[in-house]
Ligand binder design. Structure first.
Ligand code: BGC
Length: 414
């Protein structure tokens, strides 16, 4: 009897699994060591819930390549179930009527109560949730190899003037001061960090969020461009085209002293087995202490012909905002939980510092969306801004010409 009862239970369980199980094809660009390990956590959790994960990864930092592939899949009428999409692009996709409404899952999971409003607003279109946030990354970090600094007799800089002094010493000692990846999005990442440091939070907001033409053409913007060129002069000649994770490796291998990169870099230090405090440290990039450029990864679910798939999409969304996932994923990825109230126990000192800096910045008005990581302005304007930065970075253009071009580029797109 007992065995029969067990069998019935097992069969009905199986039945319910297969009845509700569907495949979720997930488009993402998390292919570096740390990124792959992080997204692996989501795959495992989804599969444990009885659904199937179909991986659709498109390599290329910042998702530049992934977004191109996504567009062609949607245009051909065959969108993936879920795609990593961020910032104002979420609303742009929603406007086309191709994305699923996640409001029911959001209500059941109390997303409005658990997410800071500033972040949940990014996830909504016409007041309804159409995206699920995964994490909060901070952009304006400086990743440091303390042993290289020590060997060069240099001090870890807090201002751009100190940076120049330190970088000269590091270069003289035979090391590469700054590990850089010469790709437009990486150059833009360093640029926006400099704009925040040189101009301050209000200036950053005016220039790169509100697109105020006066700020874009100002002396402060010229100074930011000059600082960018100064930083470039401390990079090596093999930087063009280099992937960000290879630049991170230069820091932990002791070839370079610093990298300016968002905290997904921490995922690489971790998979390489490096120890915080001993092998590497992370502090705010010069002049950006208590200022915070945020970058939220999120997934949008695309409407599917097969209605069963909606259940798997809802499950995926629900899992992403569970405390369990927020902890596993973010401790691997280098980011911090996007939901309030998640236990900090498993987070390292860099993540705790990130949370503290985020709270301080929120209070002082210095919590700002990253332009380079698609959080602040539409993709087309962002593209125009990044083009100017890259052209300046890779030519002999003067900073006043760059500031003028920036104004023109934004005017043309508005
Ligand atoms: C994403 C991160 C990712 C990084 C490098 C950023 O835009 O938000 O999740 O790790 O690009 O690919």
């Amino acid at each position: 009897m007992k065995t029969l009862k067990n069998m019935t239970v097992a069969l009905s369980l199986l039945g319910s699994l297969s009845l509700f199980s569907a495949e979720v094809e997930v488009l993402h660009w998390w292919t570096s060591g740390g990124e792959a390990k992080s997204v692996g956590a989501l795959k495992t959790m989804l599969e444990k819930s009885g659904h199937t994960w179909k991986d659709f990864s498109v390599a290329g930092g910042n998702g530049v390549n992934a977004m191109t592939v996504l567009k062609s899949r949607v245009v051909s009428g065959n969108p993936p179930s879920a795609a990593q999409i961020k910032g104002p692009s979420i609303q742009e996709w929603a406007e086309l009527g191709v994305v699923s409404d996640l409001n029911e899952v959001a209500k059941a999971g109390k997303w409005d109560e658990r997410l800071p409003k500033m972040f949940s607003d990014h996830m909504k279109y016409e007041g309804k949730y159409v995206a699920v946030p995964v994490n909060v990354h901070r952009i304006n970090w400086m990743w440091v190899n303390p042993a290289v600094f020590k060997k060069a007799g240099a001090t870890i800089p807090k201002t751009w003037a100190d940076f120049e002094v330190a970088a000269k010493k590091i270069k003289a000692a035979g090391f590469i001061p700054v590990a850089a990846g010469g790709q437009p999005w990486q150059e833009a990442t360093v640029f926006e960090t400099i704009v925040l440091g040189v101009g301050g939070a209000d200036f950053y907001k005016k220039a790169l969020v509100d697109l105020d033409l006066e700020a874009l053409g100002s002396d402060t913007m010229k100074k930011s461009f000059d600082t960018l060129k100064m930083v470039k002069s401390f990079t090596d000649k093999n930087a063009p085209g280099r992937d960000w994770n290879l630049a991170t490796a230069m820091v932990y291998k002791g070839e370079a002293a610093m990298q300016f990169m968002g905290d997904w870099a921490k995922g690489e230090f971790k998979v390489a087995g490096k120890v915080i405090g001993k092998d590497y440290v992370a502090i705010a990039a010069p002049q950006t202490n208590n200022k915070y450029l945020y970058n939220i990864d999120s997934f949008v679910m695309f409407k599917q012909k097969d209605a069963e798939k909606a259940k798997a999409q809802a499950k995926l969304s629900e899992l992403i905002l569970s405390d369990e996932f927020q902890i596993i994923f973010n401790t691997r990825k280098g980011s911090v939980p996007v939901t309030d109230g998640v236990s900090r126990d498993k987070f390292d000192p860099i993540a705790i510092n990130s949370i503290n800096q985020l709270n301080a910045a929120a209070k002082s008005g210095a919590l700002l969306p990253s332009m380079a990581h698609q959080m602040a302005i539409s993709d087309s304007i962002k593209g125009a801004v990044v083009d100017v930065v890259t052209n300046f970075y890779n030519s002999k253009m003067s900073s006043s010409d760059a500031a003028k071009l920036l104004v023109d580029a934004v005017k043309n797109e508005m």
